[in-house]
Design a protein around this ligand. Structure first.
Ligand code: NAD
Length: 495
């Protein structure tokens, strides 16, 4: 089946079971309630998923407690083997998984396929990390004691993944949890749950023991509160918005649970006068509008030296004009719809605020007229942008590119650091000193120099400031799924 042939009638063959996955069983909500999931390109209902009740969540928690008791005793090689087989299974089914994601979330199918393969990378990466959870021995004060330091799994994890990368952002939590010997209850994003539920199919296919991976769907505030307040849960991991992160961190604090938070950003892109300006503008436009701009590390505020800003803007606008907006299933589409009607309304408001305060729309600025249905928004380029405009301060999470200018290095850094966010930052320059100085002075967790594609399984992904704490990926990724225990052994007399 080719992408463009996938019609409404084919959904049932593509989607996973429209149920929750608890203790190795697929199940409906105990009271039968459901919520529909829509295709953002057509606004048609794809299918419905259960709304978990408190009783359902209690079953998931009990399963996670049992699953943890078993899985913590599995050998590192066994955990590694399961993860490796999950990675293979995901790659083998990448075409189907990508179509599911396009249907529920809207991104073009080629981008969805790239995300599915990146999810497989997470499972592969943590298959290796599972066997590298090293302890150490320490020589202490006394010659008759031995201090052994060991890293043990933290316990059952409650994981919350958002709708913008519904496969990768779940994988970033499931894979390290399973690698470390934890069990996990994942709340699939209610807006786009099927990409996460597909991991339950994969777990069944490779024989992950029941209870190690549980996936629930439901009303986010009720589900997150119930799971985090349970004494079963020992760690909370969220990728989402700052307000939700603050809320969940407060809940976790009450039970002294460890927390990882990845809460989005508003990444500055500093373009210095010595940069390859045409290349920078082309790369920036393609990167900005990937996944319709709904990317936490998206290049988001373009801060360009005034001597090259007009050249940068012209090339950026030309690259933007060439992007094809449409249903992600159609061949050649670069920009799909926004994921929800609410997102499109929020993006429109940001544009109106900027224009009302004097910004110039160089391209786009509204929903394209040719679509009668679907949450589409034309990729938009704004200039004459001022620091007090909302688009320069709030994470736009949509296809808006504000371009502003600077004169000196210090001004560029000050503008780059001017928001409370600190996830990603980007620097375009051909000068080594500028590259080092700027990447060190940006208050962010990750920097890309002369490119934007910095998210990869082998690197520690995460932010500073309100963008959160904790790292996913790299050798750091497994740390927060383990706790350190030391044992001091007193030896007897030398025989
Ligand atoms: P939102 O804050 O309403 O929701 C964000 C996500 O959190 C959704 O998946 C939602 O279902 C879930 N959520 C909401 N309340 C929750 C709760 N109490 N417990 C657990 N999960 C909860 O925002 P939105 O309009 O859906 O998304 C836009 C904003 O979200 C963006 O501005 C961006 O800041 C943020 N976001 C960030 C990321 C990221 O990768 N860091 C991903 C998605 C959304």
């Amino acid at each position: 089946m080719t992408t463009s042939q996938v019609g409404d009638q084919d959904r049932s063959e593509l989607l996973p079971r429209t149920a929750m996955f608890i203790d190795g069983e697929w199940c409906a909500a105990s009271d039968g309630r459901t919520r529909s999931v829509d295709n953002p390109a057509t606004e048609a209902t794809l299918a419905s998923v259960p709304l978990a009740t408190a009783a359902d969540l209690d079953r998931a928690l009990a399963a996670a407690a049992d699953g943890f008791a078993r899985w913590r005793r599995a050998s590192a090689w066994e955990r590694s083997d399961v993860l490796r087989r999950m990675a293979f299974a995901i790659r083998e089914q990448a075409d189907r998984f990508a179509l599911v994601m396009t249907l529920e979330q809207g991104k073009p199918v080629a981008q969805a396929r790239g995300e599915v393969l990146a999810s497989a990378d997470q499972f592969d990466w943590y298959a290796d990390e599972a066997r590298r959870i090293y302890g150490r021995t320490v020589d202490g004060h006394r010659t008759d004691t031995r201090i052994l330091v060991r890293r043990e799994p933290v316990g059952p994890v409650a994981a919350f993944a958002p709708w913008n990368f519904p496969s990768l952002l779940s994988a970033r939590k499931i894979a390290p949890a399973v690698a470390a010997g934890c069990s996990v209850v994942v709340m699939a994003p209610i807006e786009a749950p099927f990409s996460t539920l597909l991991f339950a199919e994969v777990a069944e296919q490779v024989g992950l023991p029941a209870g190690v991976l549980n996936i629930v769907t439901g009303e986010p505030p009720a589900v997150s509160r119930h799971l985090i307040e349970s004494p079963v849960i020992r760690k909370v991991s969220l990728t989402g918005s700052v307000p939700v992160g603050v809320e969940l961190a407060k809940l976790a604090a009450t039970g002294m649970k460890t927390v990882s938070m990845e809460l989005g950003g508003h990444a500055p892109v500093l373009v210095f006068p010595d940069a390859d300006v045409r290349r920078a503008a082309t790369v920036a436009a393609l990167g900005k509008f990937r996944n319709a701009g709904q990317v936490c590390i998206a290049a988001s505020r373009f801060i360009v030296h005034e001597s090259v800003s007009e050249e940068f803007t012209e090339v950026f606008v030309e690259a933007t004009r060439k992007l094809r907006v449409g249903d992600g299933r159609a061949d050649g589409v670069d920009v799909g719809p926004l994921s929800t009607a609410g997102r499109r309304a929020a993006v429109q408001e940001l544009v109106e605020d900027a224009v009302g305060r004097g910004a110039t729309v160089r391209f786009g600025g509204s929903a394209p007229e040719e679509f009668q249905v679907g949450y589409f928004f034309t990729p938009t380029v704004l200039t004459d942008v001022e620091p007090d405009m909302r688009v320069m301060n709030e994470e736009p999470f949509g296809p808006i590119a504000p371009i502003t200018t600077f004169v000196g290095f210090d001004e560029a850094i000050a503008l780059g650091n001017a928001t409370p966010y600190g996830l990603g930052g980007f620097v375009f320059t051909e000068d080594l000193t500028t590259a080092f100085r700027a990447s060190e002075e940006l208050e962010v967790g990750m920097v890309g120099v002369n490119h934007l594609t910095i998210a990869t399984a082998e690197a520690p992904f995460g932010g500073v400031k309100v963008s959160g704490y904790g790292r996913e990926g790299g050798t750091e990724g497994i740390d927060s799924y383990t706790v350190t225990k030391y044992t001091s052994m007193l030896l007897g007399e030398r025989p």
